[in-house]
Design a protein around this ligand. Sequence first.
Ligand SMILES: NC(=O)c1ccc[n+]([C@@H]2O[C@H](COP(=O)([O-])OP(=O)(O)OC[C@H]3O[C@@H](n4cnc5c(N)ncnc54)[C@H](O)[C@@H]3O)[C@@H](O)[C@H]2O)c1
Ligand SMILES: [Zn+2]
Length: 372
Amino acid sequence: VIPTIDDFTGQTIIVELGPDTYPIYVGSNCLDRLADAFLRHCRCRRAVIITDDNVNKCYGPRVKDILIAGGIETNIISIPPGESSKYLPTLQKVYDQLFDFSVERSDAIVALGGGVVGDLAGFAAACFKRGIKYVQVPTTLLSMVDSSIGGKTAVNHPRGKNMIGAFYQPKLVFADIAVLKTLPRRELGCGLAETVKHAIIRDGLFFELLEKNARQIIELQQDLLVDLVVRNCQIKAEVVSADERESGLRRILNLGHSIGHAIETVFAGGDYHHGEAVSLGMVAAARLAVARKLLKEPLLPRIVNLLQAFDLPTGIQGDIPVDDLYQAMLHDKKVEAGRLNFILPTALGNCTIVSDLTETQIKTAIASLAAP
Ligand SMILES: NC(=O)c1ccc[n+]([C@@H]2O[C@H](COP(=O)([O-])OP(=O)(O)OC[C@H]3O[C@@H](n4cnc5c(N)ncnc54)[C@H](O)[C@@H]3O)[C@@H](O)[C@H]2O)c1
Ligand SMILES: [Zn+2]
């Protein structure tokens, strides 16, 4: 007898997308219920786990055993860890192995890992034999609160990040918070940056909860983390359900990302991880909002302090290449008809889209990131 999700003590969020509606399960030490969840939502008895070598070492065999115990025939495909795997050559190798394992149209892929694995495995599923089912088992905080929700799948092209992809929804998302114990601290911070983003754009009370519990969160207090992941999922799911293809509301999820992406591009040596760049981008956006009188001045230090409590950067040491950063922003794929759309916070829990910022205003905000 395998443990079922009937007496699951975690929480379940439903992502409402008509015929593509699916559940997100969030709990602590619940991985052994994955087989039952898989059987119910995939309705097949064959799985291929796609993971990366780090995650495979920690959890691959365990997840495989759990699925096999549930009567699901299971194989593992493992890719090298890191963003450099999220390109077409790795995808080609994954397809080769799917053929080696004789994967059929009715079988399902289990994406076990962070956003790199989730994006690549999701895209592999979207195209293999014109689409097979897939399940997200996110193992980084970032993938639990952000990349596993919303159905955006992609690989990178040398000409641009996430440029080859599809909108393709999983059958279910299964997040066991306990796996975060092995996650490097810096990766945890990246998930917390997206968490702060969700709070700022949508939920002031959530922002206060983060302020009050920052230390316990960093120490991975399990109940708190379950609540944190759940609230993130609800916010992202709400926004995505209202606008699956990013024509309007979904753009608010880009708070901090215009300047953040530019920072990632210009400081290409990996000085800043994605969440760290987004942290800096949110500080700049908050300053722009204050300058435009959209955000009350005293709210700015609260945003900065919360990011710092999560060990995230809020300033850049040394010279800031303002012009390079501005140019990088103009080349971002989110630029529409030459207009830079900016998401600016108007309160803790609310934001607005502004498209008439001047070059000087933007450059001033970038320059303001100079660390004292
Ligand atoms: N699809 C979307 O909507 C969306 C949203 C945001 C980000 N993304 C994408 O997500 C990717 C980044 O994802 P990420 O931050 O999860 O990075 P990642 O997948 O590279 O994982 C970070 C590192 O942590 C390791 N790791 C993962 N889980 C672990 C665990 N439990 N214990 C120990 N080590 C573990 C991985 O091997 C890797 O080295 C980017 O490619 C980005 O484009 C996609
Ligand atoms: Zn992001």
